[in-house]
Design a protein around this ligand. Structure first.
Ligand SMILES: [Zn+2]
Length: 308
């Protein structure tokens, strides 16, 4: 375990933020600190070995029935940011999971490469998936690099973004989606917020901290979005249930097919009933938080600017 003495992004002072935040998989508790200068949240302590916190309970079926819908929304954003379909241009997806987004990008004419620590599922789909960003850096510039909810898992996000910016060609586009720790959900639910997901999320970004990191890498933020609907809806529903019920993330586990047969049967039924009851209000909250620019998800599109 590693304790942090200063912000890993800007070197600013860290102050206590949230205490007793539980890992929903192991029950282990962590505390969060926040940088007084850039606002970046840090999970503490950082486990020296992250492997025990991933595994079967984490990988596979993560997005359930919404995966195809999600991939189509993301490719629309990429198409808008890059001025059209891929037309043979190169796209790198860092932390590509099972490759659903890369398959969609391939259909839109992008030549795709992914990185993933557990690449078996994406490789089975016929995709070019490398084991690390180093392995994806083959000297040929990328036109678009995407990180869909992967930056918050990285041990040194600033260094990674610097590396990725260097791998972009002139005018290349970086698209980064993270949970928004400056949003209404995080402020309302605190340690019960679904998308804290400690310790897998080592960092907790807000508009200021992510924008600052991107700008430091010679990129200009050209567009910001404030929601990914299914993430944000689940954020309101599951976080409310986490605050009410003794076992966290029961609804999320049931909807993504990771609940073991017979496990928490009564709590699953209660969670599903309450979710149906809460869903209309949660939908209105997603619309409201998006309009306020304080959604559960923050998506920033940045363009590499020429060095002067
Ligand atoms: Zn900082």
């Amino acid at each position: 375990m590693t304790r942090l003495s200063a912000c890993r992004a800007c070197g600013g002072p860290l102050a206590p933020w949230l205490e007793g935040v539980a890992d929903p998989q192991t029950g282990e508790r962590f505390h969060l600190t926040r940088c007084g200068r850039c606002g970046l949240g840090h999970t503490e302590p950082h486990p020296a070995d992250m492997a025990p916190y991933y595994g079967a309970a984490y990988h596979g079926g993560r997005h359930g029935v919404t995966a195809a819908w999600c991939a189509r929304r993301r490719i629309r954003w990429v198409t808008a940011a890059c001025g059209g379909d891929g037309a043979g241009r190169r796209l790198l997806d860092v932390g590509c999971g099972d490759g659903t987004f890369l398959l969609e990008a391939g259909q839109r004419g992008w030549r795709t490469v992914g990185t993933e620590l557990n690449p078996a599922a994406a490789r089975e789909a016929g995709l070019d998936v490398r084991g690390s960003v180093d392995a994806a850096d083959d000297g040929i510039p990328y036109d678009c690099i995407t990180l869909w909810h992967s930056l918050e898992h990285m041990t040194d996000p600033g260094r990674l973004l610097t590396r990725l910016a260097a791998m972009l060609g002139h005018g290349g586009v970086l698209v980064v989606a993270v949970p928004d720790a400056g949003g209404l959900q995080c402020g309302f639910f605190g340690r019960h917020w679904l998308h804290l997901d400690v310790p897998r999320h080592l960092y907790h970004f807000n508009h200021g901290s992510l924008g600052r990191l991107l700008a430091a890498d010679g990129c200009a933020v050209v567009r910001t979005m404030h929601h990914e609907f299914e993430y944000d809806l689940m954020g309101w529903l599951q976080s409310a249930l986490n605050a009410l019920l003794p076992v966290p993330n029961i609804l999320f586990a049931a909807l993504t097919g990771r609940r073991r047969r017979g496990e928490h049967g009564a709590l699953t039924l209660i969670s599903l009933l309450l979710a149906v009851l809460f869903a209309p209000a949660a939908t209105l909250l997603v619309i409201g938080e998006t309009l306020l620019g304080r959604g559960g998800t923050l998506v920033m599109v940045a363009q590499k600017t020429p060095r002067t």
